[in-house]
Design a protein around this ligand. Structure first.
Ligand code: CP
Ligand code: NVA
Length: 310
């Protein structure tokens, strides 16, 4: 139904509501196939290069396992081990890898590098997390929401904490899917202004809302989904102490969640810093779906690989 030939998966801003729904529903279908033991190996003989400039547990393992389950072969390419880490350019790396592999998934500190990679490669580039976005995470997240709530339209998703890559992808995807998205961040840690603008336009187009405020207590009122992420992302370690101070009052704990809907979902992309952005009680509590969410990375990534690799 959709043609992803010649396209890259760098941000969900590049995809329509229908295309995003397609990725999610394909993920659900592939999950069912796997659980039922139905063989599905459309990527036999295909290879995926996986470049990591930063650490990863979920993204690395789920892409690697997903590629194998689809019949393909993944190569883990840590920055330290390839010439990219010694100054070979993105443009050269992209052109060389294009001659060997059928797709590249890359985790990097800069969206600009992904754009550069996409410009010089002849194969699809998949964003496995950048400074600005975490789109593969968002597909797994909205898949998890659908499994538990059977819909997206009209649900209130509240993100509490740092206006970071994960928040940006939730804002864009949530508003495209017709949800009311509220972000509560400390002053100075709000999401990127351009992303706010884009998400507002998507909200208008699809019948939802996008709000950015500084009060978590107000934000959580009537929430169907509460989402948080670490206060200090990879690469910001030198700001840890300052951030601990600035994010006081933004912890997701049982007290804060009293104002949310009783059947709310608690979500977190993981890894979590328990005792900082979320308490043990909440992340281990009955409303938490964080491990479903982590599992769904595998199924979501298989959907993305199936759509893009050829
Ligand atoms: N959520 C996520 O991307 O986890 P990893 O950093 O372990 O890949
Ligand atoms: N915001 C976090 C997400 C990790 C999956 C980071 O960028 O480190």
């Amino acid at each position: 139904p959709f043609d992803f030939n010649g396209r890259d998966f760098l941000t969900l801003a590049d995809f329509s509501k229908e295309e995003i729904e397609y990725f999610i529903l394909l993920g659900i279908d592939l999950k069912e196939k796997l659980k039922k033991g139905v063989p599905f190996k459309p990527l036999a003989g295909k290879t995926l290069g996986m470049i990591f400039e930063k650490s990863s547990t979920r993204t690395r393992v789920s892409f690697e396992v997903g590629m194998v389950q689809l019949g393909g072969y993944p190569l883990f390419l840590s920055k330290q081990d390839i010439q990219l880490g010694r100054g070979e350019t993105i443009a050269d790396t992209a052109r060389v890898l294009s001659r060997y592999v059928d797709g590249i998934m890359m985790r990097t500190d800069s969206q600009q590098k992904l754009i550069e990679m996409a410009r010089y490669s002849t194969i699809p580039i998949i964003n496995g997390l950048s400074d600005l976005f975490h789109p593969t995470q968002a597909i797994a997240d909205f898949m998890t929401i659908y499994e538990h709530k059977k819909k997206w339209q009209g649900l209130k998703l509240v993100y509490i904490g740092d206006g970071n890559n994960v928040a940006h992808s939730l804002m864009i995807t949530g508003t495209k899917l017709g949800m009311d998205v509220v972000v509560a961040s400390p002053k100075g840690y709000e999401p990127n202004a351009k992303v706010i603008q884009l998400a507002k336009e998507e909200a208008n187009r699809h019948g939802g809302k996008l709000e950015v405020i500084n009060d978590p207590q107000v934000a959580v009122i009537g929430a169907d989904i509460i989402y948080t992420d670490v206060w200090t992302s990879m690469g910001q370690e030198q700001e840890t102490r300052l951030r601990l101070e600035h994010f006081k009052g933004f912890q997701v704990n049982s007290q804060l969640l009293k104002a949310a809907e009783k059947d709310h979902l608690f979500m977190h992309c993981l890894p979590a810093h328990r005792g900082e952005e979320v308490t043990d009680e909440v992340i281990e509590g009955p409303n938490s779906v964080v491990f479903d969410e982590a599992e769904n990375r595998l199924h979501a990534h298989k959907a993305i690989l199936t759509a893009f690799i050829r």
